[in-house]
Design a protein around this ligand. Sequence first.
Ligand SMILES: [Zn+2]
Length: 348
Amino acid sequence: MLTFGLIADIQHAPIPDGFSFGGVPRYYKHALDTAKVAAKDFSQQSCDFAVNIGDTIDGKCGDDTIANGALSDVVDNLGNFQNGEWYGIIGNHELYNFGRKRWGSSMFASATTSERGINCQVSTENNADDIEDNLVGYYSFDKEDFRFIVVDCYDITSLKRSPTSEKGKLASDYLSKNPNEEKNSPVGLQNLDQRFVAFNGAVGANQLIWLRNMLQKSVDEEKKVIILSHVPFYPPIAPPTTLCWNYDEVLNLFGEFKNVIKATLCGHTHTSCYEQVRDGEERSEECSRSEATSQQSLICSSFSFSRLIANMTCRTPTRTSTTSSSRRRWRVSHQFTRIRLLNSGTTT
Ligand SMILES: [Zn+2]
C-alpha cells in the first residue's frame, strides 16, 4: 500500500486577509499554519511522499523580496514532513510571483530550515532555447506500481509568456474569445466559455503527444496512473471559470486510456468535490464538511472503478474560523488530505 499527502492552493502571503478576484474570502496569513499542520500530519501518518498541487504563495505578495520570504516560510513549514519527497505543480499564482525558472527542480532547496526541497521539474521541449517562453512543467514519477503524471495546464498561457512567443500567441487566440479588457473577468461569457479567462491555461500540442506516449507506456508496463494537475478538466466537478481551456482535448485522451488512469486530482477551484465514472454511469456530488471522510474513502477505493476524476481542493474557511479551535480543525481538514492507494479494489 502506498500513502501520500496532498495539499492544494496554500496561497500564503504576509498580508491581511482579503478576497480573491471573484470576491471569495482568502486567509493569506493563516495558510502558513495549515501548511505546517498538514506536513506534520503526513509525517505522523507515515505518508510515503507528498504533493503540493500548486498555488503555493498568493499573487498578492507584491514584490520579489516579500514573495521570496513568503515562499521560504511555507517551505520551512512543509519541511515538517520528513518521510519522503515533496512533488510540486505549477499553478497560476506561481507564475504571478516568479517565472518558471524559479520553480524548477528542487526549487525550495534554499529554504532556511529545509534542505530537501520540493521537486517541480521544469524543462524545455524539443531542445528549444532555455528561456522563459519555452519552459514547461510537465513530468512523471513512479512509486511502486503507480505512475504519477504531472500535467502542466499553464503550458499555453498569457502568464510569463511574451505575446510574441509561439505559446503566447496561442494564449492570445484562446483569450480573444473573452470580450473584456480585463481578461480575468468572465463577464459576457456563457456556460463553458467562461473558462476563457487569464487565470486558466491550456495543454499544448507537444505535451499532449508526450501525455499520450506516457499513457501508452504505462499500459505496456502495466502501471496504474494517477494524473496530477493544478487546473481541473472535468466540467461536473468544477465551475466553468476554473476549467482548462482545452479540457475537451485532454478528456478525450484520458477516455482512450480510461483503464489505466485510476484517478485525476486537481486544485484551483477551492471547493471539494469529486466525480466518479463507472461503466459509463456518471455521478457527481459536492462534498460538504461532514463528507470529507467519505470522500477519502472514495479515493481509497478508486481502483474498483474504471475511472475516477476527483477534485480535492480545500474549501476556503469562513472569516471567523481562524480564531475558533473547532472551526480551525475544519479548516485544516479541508486544506489537505491523505490518499491510500491499494493494489486491489479493497477499501480502507
Ligand atoms: Zn489556481
